[in-house]
Write a protein that binds this ligand. Structure first.
Ligand code: RIB
Length: 297
């Protein structure tokens, strides 16, 4: 068992601008919000933080702008013990921003990609040593698809397991579907994938997060399994999927067992929704193990 697996995330880094409101505004409507705060976010960054808190040695390859948000996010990574050697600071462009509305236990998110859109295959290649040193590589779709393709090719060539969280959803090139180790769509993303030509042949690679309905995946026995969701108090669901992915990568690197990894990630994701901010509720390893034991008892 590898106690501190190396996880490399190639992905987005955002500052989240979060407004809470009792009522979600409808099209053309103005409502008064209740509170506003900025939080570190971005699917890539969130997954990196989740993995680090769960005991992985984490590096991130990404891009921020040369601005106040970018600098503050770099300091944040440092305080979380994440290797940020692979982050490029890009002049004359803003750091990625997510405008988030939280209401009625749900969220709506609008992302302005900023520097994330400038994360080229060349930047990733400049940090290929980080990829080579990894037990697991983790990707999402908030960066250019050619960069995802480059990273998947690299991982495949060097036989490093690679997980793609296909969010926000994009058509996925067939070559990526063939080479990826696991895909972790949520229910909506999964539905968008059902009409893809290769769908039948990649079913075994799918780990579908279904919110309150739990997680569905093909277990190592070959049987389609659904693990129910834990019943927990919901404060903010933003980042629950990211916690799941960071935890999955960490456990896969640690135990090599897909069954154990999905169970652990399901518990970590449940704990993450108890606090505000995508990363606010992301648990430490001891919190997850205690929670699992407590529920079993
Ligand atoms: O998955 C949640 C994340 O999506 C937020 O942190 C936001 O930045 C967007 O990328």
């Amino acid at each position: 068992m590898n106690k501190h697996p190396r996880v490399c995330v190639v992905g987005s880094i955002n500052m989240d601008m979060v407004t809470t409101t009792k009522k979600m505004p409808k099209q053309g409507e103005t409502v008064l919000g209740e509170s506003f705060k900025t939080y570190p976010g971005g699917k890539g960054a969130n997954q990196a933080i989740a993995a680090a808190r769960l005991g992985a040695n984490v590096s991130i390859i990404g891009a921020v702008g040369d601005d106040t948000f970018g600098r503050s996010l770099l300091t944040h990574f440092q305080s979380e013990g994440i290797d940020q050697e692979g982050i490029q600071v890009i002049p004359n462009i803003s750091t990625g921003i997510a405008t988030i509305i939280l209401s009625e236990n749900d969220n709506r998110i609008l992302v302005s990609s900023g520097a994330n859109a400038k994360l080229t295959p060349e930047i990733v290649n400049d940090s290929h040593e980080l990829l080579l040193a990894s037990d697991v590589i983790l990707l999402q779709f908030e960066i250019p698809m050619e960069t995802v393709q480059f990273t998947v090719d690299f991982a495949y060539k060097h036989q490093i397991p690679v997980i793609i969280n296909p969010a926000p959803f994009h058509e996925i090139p067939e070559d990526i579907l063939k080479k990826v180790t696991y895909l972790t769509p949520n229910e909506v993303e999964f539905l968008s994938m059902t009409n893809m030509p290769l769908f039948e042949s990649i079913k075994n690679k799918m780990i579908v997060t279904k919110g309150e309905q739990g997680v569905q995946f093909v277990a190592s026995s070959g049987v389609l399994e659904t693990i129910p969701a834990y019943q927990v108090h919901v404060k903010d669901t933003t980042g629950a999927g990211d916690t799941f992915n960071g935890a999955l990568a960490t456990e896969l690197g640690r135990t090599k067992s897909i069954d154990e990894s999905v169970h652990f990630a399901n518990a970590a994701a449940a704990l993450s929704i108890g606090r505000l901010g995508a990363q606010g509720g992301m648990p430490m390893r001891k919190d997850v193990t205690r929670f699992i034991e407590k529920v079993k008892a």
